[in-house]
Write a protein that binds this ligand. Sequence first.
Ligand code: HEC
Ligand code: HEC
Length: 103
Amino acid sequence: MKIDRKDWYFIAVVVVVLGIFVAITGKEKTTRVPNNPMHKLSYDAAYKNAPGPDASLFKRAFFKPDKKAAEVFCEPCHKEKGVPFPPNHPAKNRCLFCHKLKM
Ligand code: HEC
Ligand code: HEC
């Protein structure tokens, strides 16, 4: 098969799209919220309405953790326990927007 100029354009586009995809995926390195007894409070709040294992597949597929309910606890406790924020830490609201929950 002969690869002509049009094919090279197509290959270039595919390479660029893959490159962007890899760049975006690699950026998600923000520390996840540890799933430990300390953070149980937040996980419980996020998953309190989680459908049980016998709920319909539809319900389970569309369930989203209640992030806003979980975030209420983050900052007060971190303040109380003196967990340090790194310097230049971004605005301290909507924690879970950046720090993802582990399932
Ligand atoms: C009841 C107290 C408490 C609550 C609530 C809490 N944290 Fe924490 N968090 C801590 C403590 C203490 C640490 C220090 C490390 C540890 O003990 O897990 C910590 C550590 C962390 C870390 C750093 C983990 C690491 O690997 O260095 C992140 C990120 C974090 N918390 C995010 C959150 C977010 C987001 C929320 C809200 C959804 C939250 N925390 C709610 C007490 C709390
Ligand atoms: C706009 C995104 C963003 C938001 C919102 C945000 N953070 Fe962060 N946070 C970061 C980044 C980026 C870092 C530094 C990189 C890292 O270690 O994850 C960080 C670091 C941390 C660390 C130190 C992690 C470690 O490993 O030492 C803690 C603890 C933390 N954030 C807690 C919180 C809490 C609690 C909230 C909500 C009150 C919050 N963050 C909101 C982006 C965010």
